[in-house]
Design a protein around this ligand. Structure first.
Ligand SMILES: Nc1ncnc2c1ncn2[C@@H]1O[C@H](COP(=O)(O)OP(=O)(O)O)[C@@H](O)[C@H]1O
Ligand SMILES: O=C(CO)[C@@H](O)[C@H](O)COP(=O)(O)O
Length: 496
């Protein structure tokens, strides 16, 4: 009998589900839905909301699809793992019903609240204890609801991160994790528990926060009701959960100091592991609990995030006709132009405030446009080069924090499917890029295998992980991309 694991990845643009054979380490079936990116609603400028029920609907549809493709037999499905878009706020009442749309990671409404708390608590508390400014993360979003929607706030039974919500829908149990609380800036690293000071400053009652379960552990079992809806067996345990960036790192077996992972989905990130509680004094790059963190054996995830990454590429796709043009076609068009897009630069910061810009709403800008010279091919290249330039800007901050940035691992997914994007990434950052045949959903399935005790640890879990290729910087291109970055910095200088 097969031993199967499901991994879910609740992204901002789609939900992916992967069914992994635990013994071969290979994918049996996978699905990503919807096929066109999910909506992100902006009822006001710089707000960003999604309906948690929409995520659940796609969990149902993707599960049904992989179950149908694989023909799962009774007893074969052993465990479920969950990866999710980070820093969101989901509020439920006593009946476990959602009481307002989720305020998601790229929503900027709480920046002022986080800045005020940083001032009041002082950097001498925030930086060594929270490793961040409270910023625009989950705790600040909850404070926003308290201040602006007191009627709704009084109805909140528990708050959750997006993955905690999906786990609740599966198991009926409301739990969270240390990684989750750290990504919400609820976690005090010095006391290894909830930050009483931040909760006190925000006037948030501790009872709103769910109990903590370890990332790799049994965290509840699929209820009869959920099992019937999904078409799987009742009682399957949920044994892994993590935010999508620690999970992306885990998916690539990035668990130890000096190792690095990257991704370029709706957002673009570089994630490094450190055994020391390093932080950026300006919180442009953030430090959270990594999935393998233990108080006695600490592992911190240092995360650079650019909000305006794949979302800019998908925005351009919509402008070019949406369904009538594909991403591979856009990549081909971009490659018809020379490095530098003949002087056209793109500042990609149009998806809310950017952390590397100290939470300023810089906006997206196209600079150096010449109507007689440039066409859509240049725009497509400038978009990809502009995104990589913004990652380079963050890379330099990470270097200043003492991170060793030599080799970076990525899954063959999202913008890393673009040869141009990979070339620009490698040569602008002067790093080796290793591309693996994996993604977040596959990683979450492997995590479930560890949490269920099917794998003794990472070595077994990653036995089936295949490296597809490796890309190295080329001297002539490094020089050309230096110029691209120089132009991009000048363009940025004109808008900040
Ligand atoms: N072949 C491709 N080439 C370049 N970019 C792509 C390609 N396919 C997808 N993308 C980009 O990847 C993004 C989606 O990535 P994904 O990891 O699924 O996002 P999320 O996890 O945020 O839902 C899209 O917005 C798109 O810009
Ligand atoms: O805010 C962050 C990381 O800090 C984002 O990376 C979100 O976690 C959303 O991820 P994607 O939808 O782009 O995968």
């Amino acid at each position: 009998m097969r031993r199967l694991l499901i991994g879910y990845d609740i992204g901002s643009s789609s939900v992916k589900a992967t069914l992994l054979d635990a013994d071969t380490g290979k994918v049996v079936a996978s699905e990503g839905l919807p096929k066109v990116e999910m909506p992100i609603n902006a009822p006001q400028k710089d707000w960003a909301e999604q309906d948690p029920e929409m995520w659940w609907e796609y969990i149902i549809d993707t599960t049904k699809s992989i179950v149908a493709k694989a023909g799962i037999k009774k007893g074969e499905l052993k465990a479920i793992g969950i990866s999710y878009q980070m820093h969101g706020l989901v509020c439920v009442d006593e009946n476990h019903e959602v009481i307002r749309p989720a305020i998601i990671w790229c929503d900027s409404r709480a920046v002022g609240i986080g800045n005020k708390a940083f001032e009041e608590l002082g950097e001498e508390y925030c930086l060594p204890s929270l490793l961040n400014s409270p910023g625009n993360f989950t705790a600040s979003k909850l404070k926003w609801v308290k201040e602006n929607e007191p009627g709704l706030y009084s109805k909140i039974h528990k708050i959750m991160l997006p993955g905690d919500y999906i786990a609740m829908k599966l198991s009926g149990e409301i739990k969270t994790s240390e990684t989750g609380l750290s990504e919400g800036i609820f976690w005090d690293f010095k006391v290894n528990g909830l930050s009483e000071k931040l909760l006190g400053n925000y006037g948030i009652d501790k009872s709103l926060i769910a109990d903590v379960v370890p990332s790799f552990s049994e965290q509840g079992k699929v209820t009869k009701k959920a099992a019937e809806i999904l078409g799987i067996e009742e009682g399957v345990p949920i044994t892994y959960r993590a935010g999508d960036q620690p999970n992306n790192a885990f998916s690539l077996n990035v668990l130890e100091e000096g190792e690095l992972a990257t991704t370029a989905g709706t957002s673009g990130t570089v994630y490094g592991v450190s055994t020391k509680p390093v932080y950026d004094p300006k919180s442009r790059v953030n430090t959270f609990v990594h999935v393998n963190h233990r108080q006695e054996n600490p592992h911190y995830g240092v995360l650079l995030c650019i909000n305006g990454t794949g979302i800019l590429n998908s925005w351009i796709k919509k402008l070019l006709g949406g369904e009538s043009v594909s991403y591979p076609e856009m990549n081909d068009l971009a490659q018809e132009t020379q490095i530098g897009a003949e002087g056209l630069s793109f500042i990609p910061f149009g998806n809310g405030v950017e952390r590397i810009m100290q939470n300023q709403a810089v906006g997206a800008h196209m600079m150096g446009l010449n109507l007689l010279q440039h066409d859509r091919r240049h725009v497509l290249r400038a978009v990809q080069e502009g995104i990589v330039s913004s990652l380079k800007y963050g890379f330099d901050i990470m270097k200043d924090m003492g991170l060793n940035l030599n080799t970076v691992k990525a899954g063959k997914a999202n913008m890393f499917l673009s040869p141009l994007f990979r070339e620009a990434f490698v040569n602008m950052n002067e790093v080796v890029l290793e591309l693996y045949d994996t993604d977040g959903a596959q990683g979450a399935a492997r995590g479930a295998g560890i949490g269920a005790g099917i794998y003794s640890g990472a070595e077994q879990a990653f036995a089936g992980l295949e490296k597809l290729s490796s890309f190295e910087p080329e001297t002539s291109k490094v020089e050309a991309y230096k110029e691209v970055y120089g132009n991009w910095q000048q363009a940025l200088g004109r808008v900040i």
